[in-house]
Design a protein. Structure first.
Length: 195
């Protein structure tokens, strides 16, 4: 897929495109993430770009988008006030404000992450130990893709992945949820050619 094809297919009203990835970004790649955010925001009119407000790739993509059109940038956070000073989104959803018990598909798909599977139910019941809080990040990542009753699902995902250890961690979980739900995605092996 090239940039023109992407724009023709996804620059539509109410379409959500994920822009996110690993916290550790190779120094030589950092400017490419900012440039991609800027390029996508300036080349499209309708897409709303979504991230999880994490350090690294999320932050760099966001910087480029917000420089052009902050009103089309949205984040979903794992708790109220998450990285508040770094959050430049026009719209923010916190999972703290979501009735997770009323979102069985979010819970079910979040449990597909074997590292945090046992933490999901205690988190939904309101437990917040240091370890259980990790479930909030996985739930946030699931919601970014499939949405909730109040949050639209994503239509496409653009990722910065660790190509030496692909599909690992929270980014890997998000990518697997995309694949399970037939949300098309690409990583830098495709979009590096766009910038």
């Amino acid at each position: 897929m090239n940039l023109t094809q992407f724009i023709e297919e996804y620059d539509k009203e109410n379409y959500i495109v994920l822009l996110e990835g690993k916290r550790d970004v190779v120094e030589a790649d950092k400017d490419k993430l900012i440039r991609l955010g800027r390029l996508l925001a300036s080349s499209t009119k309708h897409i709303v770009f979504r991230s999880g407000n994490a350090r690294g790739a999320d932050e760099l993509f966001a910087k480029g988008v917000v420089e052009v059109d902050q009103k089309r940038f949205q984040v979903i956070t794992p708790y109220d006030g998450h990285r508040k000073k770094q959050n430049n989104a026009h719209e923010t959803f916190s999972i703290s404000d979501i009735d997770l018990a009323a979102e069985p598909d979010v819970i079910y798909q979040s449990k597909s992450n074997k590292k945090t599977e046992e933490l999901i139910d205690p988190f939904v019941k309101g437990e917040r130990t240091k370890i259980i809080k990790n479930a909030g990040y996985i739930i946030r990542n699931t919601i970014k893709v499939i949405g909730t009753k109040e949050i639209k699902p994503a239509n496409f995902g653009i990722f910065y992945n660790d190509l030496s250890n692909p599909m690992d961690g929270g980014t890997g979980h998000t990518m697997r949820v995309c694949l399970k739900n037939k949300v098309p995605l690409i990583d830098q092996r495709v979009w590096f050619d766009w910038v």
